[in-house]
Design a binder for this molecule. Sequence first.
Ligand SMILES: Nc1nc2c(ncn2[C@@H]2O[C@H](COP(=O)(O)OP(=O)(O)OP(=O)(O)O)[C@@H](O)[C@H]2O)c(=O)[nH]1
Ligand SMILES: [Mg+2]
Length: 360
Amino acid sequence: MVVTSKRTTKKATVTNNQRDESSLSLVHVEQALRRLNITKEEGIQLPTIVVVGDQSSGKSSILESLSGISLPRGQGICTRVPLVMRLQNHPLPLPHPELLLEFNGKTVFTDETHVSDAINIATEEIAGSAKGISNTPLTLVVKKNGVPDLTIVDLPGITRVPVKGQPDNIYDQIKDIILEYITPEESIILNVLPATVDFTTCESIRMSQNVDKTGSRTLAVVTKADKSPEGLLEKVTADDVNIGLGYVCIRNRIGDESFEEARLEEQKLFESHSLLSKIDKSIVGIPVLIQKLVEVQAKMKSVMNEDDVDFAVDEGIEEVDELAEEEDVPIANIRPKRNTKLPNHLKDFVTPSLKKGSKK
Ligand SMILES: Nc1nc2c(ncn2[C@@H]2O[C@H](COP(=O)(O)OP(=O)(O)OP(=O)(O)O)[C@@H](O)[C@H]2O)c(=O)[nH]1
Ligand SMILES: [Mg+2]
């Protein structure tokens, strides 16, 4: 239904388009393709998962847990530019995943050991060395055997009070960036809520409710379950904040733990903690979160009728092809690609209840 309205708009645009307006329409087509998450190299990546939450709520840690790749994380403001992580399954079991960063028109090849430093260097180049933020995104492509094809955007955390080196309007700047990413109806909003706080006070809830009133494309991820187990069961059962896609409670990697150690600790925590073990196993743990994301993504994709998507893509290709001729830019074929496998580093941790749940 979303695409239908787009289809009408786009048709009109193409019909009215005059060749002497080529630069204007190139911008238009590029914007439309970006909205659909189509890139020339990779084809369609629908839909995008956007991670939002208050500062230090554990957003980047979630991306780490999903990808098994170390990212900058820590206390105070850490993520200062949007990080678009494109997880892509590699058909062959590589000894090391292929990692590359794209920003400011540059491509930087990196590896698992250096990726976190490379992101910090790129962030400084984009947003300066103080604590300011920027809306210029950094793209991290991760090609790894066994990962699900997901595009996940990590955003700066919401903060109300500027710290030294931040402009007075830091809150508005962050809010604008978040709204830009969560407003398109193709975005799945992953709302990160630390177990340590009262969910009704979370600013990210208010923002997502503004653009997704029924919560139909909002999934809540409760981090730091290890830090505040008291009352968590009640909080996720009460659902005071209109989370349509439900909750998943997790424990991210802490300190220097390896990803495997972290998953074992998480598994132990939800199995044996006197309070946390009472939470239904179908809403706890990183493997459950991945399974849910893959399912939600597939469901949203099926809602967006294939014909409509193909129509939009073909229209986009036609338009871009025409303009590419004028601009002398090579355009690769654009086709949907999808993969719904669990990452290798999580396969051992899939609980029997999850396997049972996923058959439903
Ligand atoms: N104990 C515990 N600590 C966590 C958990 N998740 C994240 N942390 C810690 O919380 C701190 C903040 O984590 P980040 O992932 O950087 O948080 P963020 O939301 O990305 O922060 P900003 O980008 O600054 O908004 C780090 O020290 C993490 O190690 C968790 O599940 N349990
Ligand atoms: Mg972060």
